[in-house]
Ligand binder design. Structure first.
Ligand code: PLP
Length: 357
C-alpha cells in the first residue's frame, strides 16, 4: 500500500515538468491573513521550546467555538494525521471499514495499513451513496464508516439531515468518521452541530489546511464524545503538532472576517469557473469546496486536458476512479490565476495542446 497523495514536489521530480500553478491538491490560493503570518513569525522565536503537547490553549479556543468542553477536542497533524490515529485506534486485522470508491483516499490507506479489510460503495449520480454505505456497514458489521462531507473529489454535500440519517442507520458499534476538511466552505446550518456529533458514535475531523490556509503547518482537530476522544489519545504521538502550528491555528481562529472573505472569494471563483467551463463544454458538478470538478467529453479528453495543462506548468487533477474518470478537478484561486487557467484550457481545447507556447 503506497502513499495515495504524493507531494507536488515528488510529482515534479518524477515527471520532470515544472509546476507553476499547483491546482491539484486544493491548497488555499488566497493565503492566510497577515495576522496569522505575524503569529507564525512570533512563534518562530520560541522554536527551541517544546510545544504544550496537551494543546490546552487551542483545545479551549475550539471548545468555546463549538460550545463544548476541551475534553471533546483532539488536536492532530491535519485531518490526515487524525485519520491515521483513528484507523490505528479503531481498526485492526479482522475488522472491516466502509468508504466510497474514489473518495479522498487517505482513510482507505490508513484503514488498509492497519490491517482491516475495506468495502467500497460506488458513487451514485456523482454523490456519496449513504444508503449503500449503511447497507454495507450492516452487511459486514463494519467497525468504521468514512464519509467526506463535503466530499472530495465530487465537491458534493449530503447535508445535515442525510448525514445524520446515515449515522443513525449504522450498527451500534460502528464509528462514523466525518471528514470535514471543507466544512468551512459549507453553509453553517447544513453542518452537523456539536450535539449531533457527541450524541452519536461519530468523530468530526476538521482541518486548518483549507479555508484557514495552513496546509504547510499540518494542524487539524477531531470533535467527538469524550470517551471516543480519550481512546484516540491513548495511542498518540505526543509532540507531533508543533508550537508554530498551534500559534498559527489560534491566530487563524481570530481572523473571522478574513475567513468569511476567503470563503466568499472562493464561492465567487467557483461560480466563475462553472460559467466559463460550461461555455467550453465542460460541466462543473455542484458543490461547496475550494475546488471545482468538471466533466469532460470522456476519460481520454480529461487526461489530455490535464497533460496539456501540465505542459504549460499548470497542475490540475485528472480523476482516475471509474465513475469519475471523465472529470478533472481544479483548485479555485484568485481571479488572475483563473484567467490564466481558463486561457490555457481554451487554447488546449482549440487544439493548441502540447505546442509549449
Ligand atoms: C477530504 C479531505 N480530507 C483531508 C484532507 C487533508 O487535510 P489535512 O491537510 O488537514 O491533512 C484533504 C486534502 O485534500 C481532503 O480533501
Amino acid at each position: 500500500v503506497s502513499n495515495p497523495v504524493p507531494s507536488m514536489e515528488m510529482l515534479e521530480r518524477a515527471d520532470g515538468r515544472r509546476i507553476r500553478e499547483r491546482l491539484s491538491t486544493n491548497e488555499n490560493e488566497f493565503r492566510p491573513a497577515a495576522g496569522v503570518e505575524h503569529a507564525i513569525v512570533a512563534a518562530a522565536g520560541e522554536a527551541h521550546r517544546y510545544p504544550d503537547c496537551d494543546h490546552f490553549a487551542l483545545r479551549h479556543r475550539l471548545a468555546d467555538m463549538h460550545v463544548t468542553a476541551p475534553e471533546l477536542i483532539r488536536i492532530g497533524t491535519g485531518a490526515d494525521g487524525l485519520l491515521g490515529e483513528i484507523c490505528r485506534t479503531y481498526l485492526e486485522h479482522g475488522l472491516t471499514a466502509v468508504t466510497t470508491e474514489g473518495t479522498y483516499p487517505t482513510f482507505d490507506y490508513f484503514a488498509r495499513t492497519s490491517g482491516a479489510s475495506v468495502c467500497y460503495a460506488p458513487y451514485r449520480e456523482d454523490r456519496v451513496d449513504t444508503g449503500e454505505l449503511a447497507r454495507l456497514a450492516v452487511a459486514t458489521q463494519a467497525h468504521v464508516v468514512y464519509v467526506a462531507e463535503p466530499d472530495n473529489p465530487t465537491g458534493a454535500v449530503l447535508g445535515r439531515r442525510e448525514l445524520l440519517a446515515l449515522a443513525d442507520a449504522l450498527p451500534r458499534h460502528t464509528l462514523l468518521v466525518i471528514d470535514g476538511a471543507y466544512a468551512d466552505y459549507q453553509a453553517a446550518d447544513d453542518r452537523p452541530t456539536t450535539a449531533d456529533i457527541i450524541t452519536r458514535r461519530a468523530l468530526w475531523v476538521r482541518s486548518f489546511s483549507k479555508a484557514h490556509a495552513l496546509a504547510g503547518l499540518r494542524v487539524g482537530y477531531a470533535l467527538g464524545a469524550p470517551e471516543l476522544i480519550a481512546t484516540l489519545a491513548e495511542r498518540a504521538e505526543h509532540y507531533a503538532v508543533s508550537r508554530i502550528a498551534e500559534a498559527a491555528a489560534l491566530a487563524a481562529l481570530d481572523e473571522e472576517s478574513h475567513l468569511a472573505q476567503m470563503v466568499a472569494h472562493t464561492e465567487e471563483g467557483r461560480r466563475h469557473y462553472t460559467r466559463e467551463l460550461a461555455e467550453l463544454g465542460l460541466r462543473a458538478l455542484p458543490g461547496t469546496t475550494n475546488f471545482v470538478t468538471a466533466r469532460c467529453a470522456d476519460a481520454p479528453a480529461a487526461e489530455q486536458l490535464t497533460e496539456a495543462l501540465l505542459d504549460r506548468g499548470i497542475a490540475i487533477q485528472h480523476l482516475d476512479t471509474p465513475a469519475l474518470n471523465d472529470c478533472v478537478r481544479i483548485t479555485v484561486g484568485p481571479a488572475r490565476q483563473r484567467a490564466t487557467v481558463l486561457a490555457a484550457i481554451r487554447e488546449t481545447l482549440k487544439g493548441g495542446a502540447g505546442d509549449g507556447s
